[in-house]
Design a protein around this ligand. Sequence first.
Ligand SMILES: NC(=O)c1ccc[n+]([C@@H]2O[C@H](COP(=O)([O-])OP(=O)(O)OC[C@H]3O[C@@H](n4cnc5c(N)ncnc54)[C@H](OP(=O)(O)O)[C@@H]3O)[C@@H](O)[C@H]2O)c1
Length: 396
Amino acid sequence: MFSARLYAGSLRSLRPAGTFLRHLSTTKVCLGRAVVYANNGDPSSVLSVVSYPPVPSTPPPNSINIKFILSPINPADINVIEGVYPSKPTKTDALTTQGLGSEGKPVFIGGNEGLAQVTAVGQGTANSLKVGDWVIITKQQAGTWMSERNILAQDVARVPQASKLQEDQAATLTVNPPTAYNMLHDFVRLKEGDWVIQNGANSAVGQAVIQIAAAEKINTINLVRSRDNIDQLKEQLTQLGATHVLTYDELADKSTRDKIKVWTGGKPIRLGLNCVGGKETTSMARFLGQDAHLVSYGAMSKQPLSLPTSLFIFKNLTAHGFWQSQWYKTKSAEDRDKLMEVLVGYISSGKLSTPDHEVLQIKSSQSDDEAASTIREIFKKLSEGRYGKKVLLRVD
Ligand SMILES: NC(=O)c1ccc[n+]([C@@H]2O[C@H](COP(=O)([O-])OP(=O)(O)OC[C@H]3O[C@@H](n4cnc5c(N)ncnc54)[C@H](OP(=O)(O)O)[C@@H]3O)[C@@H](O)[C@H]2O)c1
């Protein structure tokens, strides 16, 4: 399997260990680079950057060579590195010829989501990929925080060229927008004018929920944490299509129940989406109507979920969990392509935008140690919370 050994066999058989890098240092061949870790732990301590020999230019059959364009850092990636996420990557010891990522010193390569460009196509690839095509990685935990790799053609999906997506739009297509779309469609048959309430509404998923709901004429009540520039955040979410935005403190105010009744015209709120867990979700759930569904997809507060029993007895509440990875596992490639088509349609028509983000570039001029400090620094900031922007990694 290529996932376990990136260029299984080819590296060792072509180049005896130890000789390749010396050869490179005299001829200045461009090395690949990857963000890796040997052991689980706090990303700001365990992540390293390693250089590795270029991918052999002829890919083995059924595989392609790709060059990564942008790879997001999502909250779940942090949990994967910490070792607390259910889907696990596989270590490789065929990345380098010596040091981290070589035989006896296997490493995980970070990253799950990513946009790449095809640079070479092996014989017999089934999905008619061509050099120059943009692809997104569909295999879970394949390792995307790197500059280039070989991968089985079946582990990617082509970004339709007609869609003319920008790099950031395509790079962030596979995790958050599908989560938002599926949660809005898979649990309750919502009709125009129905109401949804969600917490963590300014998260990337929350922003996609707001926009997809607005495009489908569904009303949203959006809950966020208060902050100094709360009016600016409320305005930003309203611009995206939020019907109403409240802070958790405002939700707790006694007058809010009546306010919401006026907004909804007394219509029951049929769907609640939980990004946060803890008391923010307990209070949100109290606003759900008869026969409503509460769908939990994140636990950003790291607090357990506690729901009043009365909501189940008297309001017939149904509580679910949703995991997009499981959706991908259980659905066919046709279902996945259909979903992508819908989302690409929303993006191309300007109805679904990429959340605020910054591109963190690992420059070729940086040494591996310098690049590792850059990476560790950003993870330190992310772990402090409230960073406010998605980080998209570009590894030169
Ligand atoms: N189940 C799935 O299939 C699936 C798919 C995608 C994402 N997710 C999960 O969904 C969550 C959001 O992901 P994302 O990429 O959209 O995140 P994101 O853009 O990084 O945003 C994180 C959100 O969490 C909020 N937050 C962080 N700590 C919090 C706390 N202690 N209390 C309340 N709110 C807090 C932030 O609010 P502030 O702005 O106030 O800091 C922000 O709204 C993550 O848990 C992620 O793992 C799950």
